[in-house]
Design a binder for this molecule. Structure first.
Ligand code: ATP
Ligand code: MG
Length: 345
């Protein structure tokens, strides 16, 4: 039987800043199978983007340094592969939608040309990307690629999609450019798609359309997706699984309905309690004091302990390992036993 599409094990990453080396990923474990959509959630600064960027090997080293761990894509450790091979995988097999879309379209080329290029490149390794025979002429392939570009732009909700293929990026709004990048990532037909806050800047109705498109893509092409988001509502709606991050660790993970209905880790419980009040600002959690700790000198043991309502002295002694709290549902907390969280405070 084939192994998982992606398996991250014990990934540790430090990032050097003028304060010293921040231990920003502190032993990440994450396994993604084809057909799964993993939501990666957690407060600002907890390492979601760096986890995604690490899979694409897009974190510059230095200032970053991989201390230990592995990132296996279909069995091969991306941290050990020559950069040339990683770049090939990145173009063809691992797609990424970035949190900051402003830098990722070439301002000098029309949107349509950029999408057509991606479609033709994808078709060169998977002929089924284009709706035309594999032995079609260059011209026919180009025409099919342009049709696909127009369709995809339409599916991400750009009005008048076909006509807009001839526009340049600066003629699009920020939200529209973000949607072009989503279209581009999907046209590339990756096996693994990492989408970092892909819909945060979009209207709710467009957001729903895009999330539906991502779900449809997983169903149609049996790919895996990691969806990075602050929004637990989006996770509940879209994802099959969820991993909750806190200060460089995955503190809880499992099937989405399991985690949402029976959150085991006190941090997940706090996140759940914080949905979606109009008053709660991004990055602040109702009922939880403090904020994500400084990762240059993180608190000893469980990094959540200083904010945790259930913390006891033992919590500061060692980083808790993940325990199974339900079917395929894990939480890294010593106060969690079996399926229950200790309720005494
Ligand atoms: N290039 C960098 N140089 C130094 N530190 C960095 C760099 N990029 C990220 N960091 C630090 O690493 C930590 C994790 O950052 P990351 O961008 O992964 O957070 P995030 O969970 O994606 O947050 P957000 O929700 O705000 O996007 C933060 O403390 C951040 O300050
Ligand atoms: Mg981020």
């Amino acid at each position: 039987m084939a192994g998982p599409l992606l398996r991250i094990r014990d990934l540790h990453l430090t990032m050097t800043s003028f304060d010293g080396a921040a231990h920003v990923l502190n032993g990440i474990d994450l396994t993604v199978q084809r057909g799964e959509i993993w939501g990666l959630v957690g407060e600002s600064g907890c390492g979601k983007s760096l986890t995604g960027l690490s899979i694409s090997r897009l974190v510059p080293t230095p200032p970053a340094r991989y201390i230990r761990g592995e990132i296996r894509f279909e069995g091969r450790d991306l941290l050990q592969l020559p950069m040339r091979e990683v770049q090939t995988l990145r173009g063809k097999r691992i797609g990424m939608i970035f949190q900051d879309p402003t830098t990722n379209l070439n301002p000098a080329y029309r949107i349509g040309e950029q999408l057509v290029d991606v479609a033709l490149a994808a078709a060169s390794h998977d002929a089924s990307v284009l709706d035309c025979p594999a032995d079609a002429s260059r011209r026919e392939k180009r025409r099919a690629a342009r049709r696909l570009a127009g369709d995809m732009l339409d599916r991400v909700g750009i009005p008048n999609a076909k006509a807009r293929l001839d526009n340049y990026p600066h003629e699009f709004s920020g939200g529209m450019r973000q949607r072009v990048l989503i279209a581009m990532a999907l046209i590339g037909r990756p096996d693994l798609l990492i989408a970092d806050e892909p819909t945060t800047a979009l209207d709710v109705s467009v957001q729903a359309q895009i999330l539906k498109l991502l779900k449809g893509t997983v169903a149609d092409h049996d790919i895996g997706i990691i969806l990075i988001t602050h929004n637990l509502g989006v996770v509940a709606e879209t994802c099959s699984h969820v991993a909750v991050m806190y200060a460089g660790n995955i503190v809880e993970s499992g099937p989405v309905e399991e985690v949402i209905e029976r959150p085991a880790h006190p941090y997940t419980q706090a996140l759940m309690a914080a949905i979606p009040t109009k008053q709660s600002k991004r990055g602040t959690l109702k009922g939880l004091g403090g904020s994500v700790p400084n990762l240059v000198s993180p608190p000893p043991g469980c990094r959540f302990a200083p904010r945790c309502p259930l913390a006891v002295a033992e919590c500061t002694q060692a980083l808790p390992s993940a325990v199974e709290v339900g079917t395929a549902h894990h939480a890294a907390c010593i106060r969690v036993t079996g399926t229950e969280v200790a309720s005494d405070v």
